[in-house]
Structure formats: structure tokens, C-alpha cells
Design a protein around this ligand. Structure first.
Ligand code: NAD
Length: 469
């Protein structure tokens, strides 16, 4: 009988991290994966998108070199080579994960794992004709793009992010359904490459669950780059045209409107991969379409855990990894020190967007009185040197204690700098605690210090507020 201490189903950033941590803790671990290790994040998500964003942003910057006294003529791109660079990056990282699993003596089983009824109190997973046993199982099967339940959704040119990565050319005209994270990141890539982009978003704002100012600023910046954005625009059907292009029909201000492109990208959320994960006689308690778990990621089935996109809530790679570590710690009887509630989020637009904790309005909705600070990055030396778009850093703290509750950033390197606020929130730091550190000069992170100083009306590089004169 093939028996392990831990079997992980799915080798994405939740599953492979759990498997490695389990092995580091001395467990005999197997991970079951139907595709390449690395999951959506490495193969079809975070990594390839960020590579495309990097290459396409460089292309746009090269064309804007005049701002720095640089002349480049005949700047062009080879889409095939951009894809090669993206794929090499992905392959290197996937290879790295394979090596890490091997080095940690994690058995990788190829195939699709199906959770079975326990046998003699031991949990079991079927892969094809084989059954593997383990005391503990972590379900980390992830998510897949949601399709829209509308007419024409099955047309070949109505594609999701997987389909877009499979194209061998950049679409000339791309209609994107959904102004969420995936929608605005792909709009960034292809508008940088010169494609004509239309975004159709059902809600009143793009990046609707982000700080209002972030959504407004991003809309303005994308529009400036030629992206056509329609909000409060609910898409209700797709149709193919005689010239081979495709049209999305949507309702805007009570009227049916349409937008056509070579392709339509549906970026309308992701669904957990629970189909086929459980044998017919096995059913953990669910929370809608997600697997229900407790604070330690235990499902209703003893010894079976679920993590990442399967459980709903925040669908981010680093959240899934943190869940995996917490589950393994629970299996090993040790307590995990990582805070899995305060999860930073980054959007790789240009400029970048990053948030952690509460926005001012979220705090107010919860009846928490707050004080805030804000710094406009056009007064930051490094931002001026690199000629960044107008950006900002906002900090939200509890009134009285001045404990940091949240931060929202829209500026260069925001996705790197947000870590400073994450550390502050999980360690209950206050504005004054954070202000004890000197920021080096010239850096973008000086903006963090200025936003914190602004809580006390003392930002050095902000014009004095009239009320304080
Ligand atoms: P999302 O939920 O962020 O956005 C989907 C958008 O589609 C919503 O704003 C929704 O209102 C809109 N929509 C849905 N149906 C529509 C319709 N019929 N017509 C018009 N608009 C419609 O989902 P996503 O952008 O697909 O991303 C999926 C998940 O992946 C998210 O949880 C996201 O956080 C995660 N992700 C994260 C990153 C990152 O961290 N940088 C990158 C990509 C994806």
C-alpha cells in the first residue's frame, strides 16, 4: 500500500509550497498534479502576465525615450520573441519548482487526484487506476477562468486568459469583458503593444473593490493611452461577424450598444476546480461553490484540508501559499506565525497598484474612526527623475491609537513597497513606530514616510494645509 503522511492534490503555489514545507518538517509527502507543476500562477497566470507586462512596458518606454534625451528609431517588436522570453521565464521557474520538490524528496504523481472515502480510517486518493493513502490530504486544486452564461460564449474567438496566451500574434482589436485585475493587466500589455482595447465592465468602476481614487486614476491613465472604457456596461451576448471579427453586445444607459474586435477576452472572474475532485460518495461541506474550511483550513472531513482558490475569498498566489503553510503547521501540531488575514494585493498596471488592510471607507463602514495621510508622488524626487505618472500613497490609521489599519498605493514599485505596511499592520505598529525608520534618498519609499508624516500634517514636501497656517 502506497501510504504517505501527506498527499497534496495540486502543485500550484498553494500545493507545492505545502508539499515542500511538509517535507521540511519531516513528513513523507506526495503531490498529485495533472499538468506541469507551478499551477496557474507559474504557467498561465502571474508569471507569464508579468513577463508580458515587462516586455510591453519596455517597448512603450523605448518609444518615449525623447523625454530623457534618447532617440531610438524604428523601434518595433517581434511578438513571437516576446512569447519565447515569457515561456523561458515560465520554464525556468517551473524547472526550479521541480528541482525543489525532488530535492525535498516529495513524490510527484502525474494525473488527476480524486478524493475517496477513507479506508480503515486512512484517507485515500484515486489517480487513474491507482489508490494512494495518507493520514492527511490537502486539496489545492485551484481555479479556472469563469465563462459567461450568455449567447455566443462558445464562439472560437471569445477566449479567456489561457486562450489569449495561446495566440501567436497580438490582436489588433481586443474587447475585454471585465475591468477587474485580469482585465486591466491585459489592457496594459496590449495597449502598450499598440492594440486597440475596449473594456466593458458591468459595475460602475473598473477595479471596483479598490479605493475609489485608484479606480478613477487608472481609468484616466488607460484612457490617455487610448483604451476605450465603458463602465455600468453589462455584456449580454456575443456574435460572429462576416469578416471573422466578434461583437459583444452590452447594455449601457438603458440602450443596447456593441463593441467589436478580432477577439473578445472574457476576464469575468475565476471558478474553483471542484468538479471531479470528489468521488460520488464523498462530499465535504461547501460554502456555495467553494469548499468550507475552518481557521486552520480543515474541511468537514477529518484529516482533509483545502486551501487557495478552492475556498473562496482572496484568490491570490501568496494567499494560497500562506494557507498551505498554515495547514501543514496544523498537521504537524505546531502553530503558524503567519497572519493569513492581512493579505497584500498588487495589480501590475503602469503605474502599479498595491493595497493592504482597510481603505478609509471600509473602516468607516465598520464604524472605526480613522486618521489618514496622503502623499502625492509628483513631489517625490525619484518619481520626477523617472517621470512617473502622477501617483499617490495613502495610509489609514485608527484614530487615537494611530495603529496602522491599511494603505493604498498607486505609484512605481507599489507592489514591492506595500510589504512595509503589511509588516506594520500584522505587528500592530503605529504611525510613530513606522516613522522611527529613516527612508533612504532618493527612493520611491520616501513617499511612505511622507504619507505617514501627513497623518500629523507634517509632510515635508507637501504644501502646508491652509487650516494649519
Ligand atoms: P475580478 O472578479 O477581479 O473581475 C471580473 C470583473 O468582470 C468584475 O469587475 C465584474 O463586474 C466583471 N463582469 C462580470 N460579468 C460581466 C459582464 N457580463 N459584463 C461586463 N462585466 C462583467 O476577476 P478577474 O479579473 O477575472 O480575476 C480573477 C481573480 O484572479 C481575481 O480574484 C484576481 O484577484 C486574481 N488575479 C490577481 C492578479 C494579481 O494579483 N495581480 C492578477 C490576475 C488575477
Amino acid at each position: 500500500m502506497d501510504k504517505y503522511d501527506l498527499i497534496v492534490i495540486g502543485a500550484g503555489p498553494g500545493g507545492y509550497v505545502a508539499a515542500i514545507r511538509g517535507a521540511q518538517k519531516g513528513l513523507n509527502v506526495a503531490v498529485i498534479e495533472a499538468d506541469r507543476v507551478g499551477g496557474t500562477c507559474l504557467n498561465r497566470g502571474c508569471i507569464p502576465t508579468k513577463a508580458m507586462i515587462h516586455a510591453s512596458s519596455l517597448y512603450r518606454e523605448m518609444q518615449e525615450g525623447d523625454r530623457f534625451g534618447l532617440h531610438a528609431e524604428g523601434v518595433s517588436y517581434d511578438y513571437g520573441k516576446i512569447c519565447d522570453y515569457k515561456q523561458e521565464t515560465v520554464d525556468t521557474l517551473v524547472g526550479g519548482v521541480q528541482q525543489l520538490l525532488k530535492g525535498n524528496k516529495v513524490t510527484v504523481i502525474e494525473g488527476r487526484g480524486i478524493l475517496q472515502q477513507p479506508e480503515n480510517g486512512v484517507n485515500a486518493v484515486r489517480v487513474g487506476d491507482d489508490v494512494y493513502y495518507a493520514d492527511n490530504i490537502i486539496l489545492a486544486a485551484g481555479s479556472k477562468p469563469a465563462s459567461l452564461p450568455v449567447e455566443g460564449a462558445e464562439l472560437p474567438k471569445v477566449i479567456n486568459s489561457d486562450g489569449l496566451f495561446a495566440l501567436d500574434h497580438a490582436p489588433e482589436n481586443l474587447v475585454i469583458i471585465g475591468g477587474g485585475v485580469i482585465g486591466v493587466e491585459f489592457a496594459t500589455v496590449f495597449s502598450n503593444l499598440g492594440s486597440k482595447i475596449t473594456i466593458l465592465e458591468a459595475l460602475p468602476k473598473i477595479l471596483d473593490n479598490f479605493d475609489k481614487e485608484i479606480s478613477q486614476n487608472l481609468k484616466m491613465i488607460l484612457k490617455k493611452r487610448g483604451v476605450d472604457i465603458h463602465t455600468s456596461a453589462m455584456v449580454s451576448r456575443f456574435a460572429e461577424r462576416e469578416d471573422g471579427s466578434v461583437t459583444a453586445f452590452y447594455e449601457e444607459k438603458g440602450k443596447e450598444q456593441s463593441a467589436s474586435g478580432d477577439y473578445i477576452l472574457v476576464a469575468a472572474g475565476r471558478r474553483p476546480v471542484t468538479e471531479g475532485l470528489f468521488a460520488d460518495d464523498v462530499q465535504p461541506e461547501m460554502n456555495g461553490r467553494y469548499v468550507k474550511v475552518d481557521d486552520n483550513f480543515r474541511t468537514s472531513i477529518p484529516g482533509v484540508y483545502a486551501i487557495g482558490d478552492l475556498i473562496g475569498g482572496i484568490q491570490l498566489a501568496h494567499a494560497a501559499s500562506a494557507h498551505g503553510i498554515r495547514a501543514v503547521e496544523n498537521i504537524c501540531g505546531s502553530s503558524d506565525s503567519q497572519n493569513v488575514i492581512i493579505v497584500p494585493a498588487g495589480v501590475y498596471t503602469d503605474p502599479e497598484i498595491a493595497t493592504v488592510g482597510m481603505t478609509e471607507s471600509q473602516a468607516k463602514e465598520q464604524g472605526i474612526e480613522v486618521v489618514t495621510g496622503k502623499f502625492i508622488m509628483s513631489a517625490n524626487g525619484k518619481s520626477l527623475i523617472t517621470k512617473e505618472e502622477r501617483g499617490f500613497i495613502k495610509v489609514v490609521a485608527e484614530a487615537g491609537t494611530e495603529k496602522i489599519l491599511g494603505a493604498q498605493m498607486m505609484c512605481a514599485r507599489a507592489t514591492d513597497m506595500i510589504g512595509e505596511f503589511t509588516t506594520a499592520i500584522v505587528n500592530d505598529l503605529t504611525v510613530s513606530d513606522m516613522l522611527r525608520s529613516i527612508m533612504s534618498h532618493p527612493t520611491y519609499s520616501e513617499g511612505i514616510g511622507e504619507a505617514l508624516e501627513d497623518v500629523h500634517g507634517m509632510s515635508l514636501h507637501t504644501a502646508p494645509r491652509p487650516s494649519r497656517r
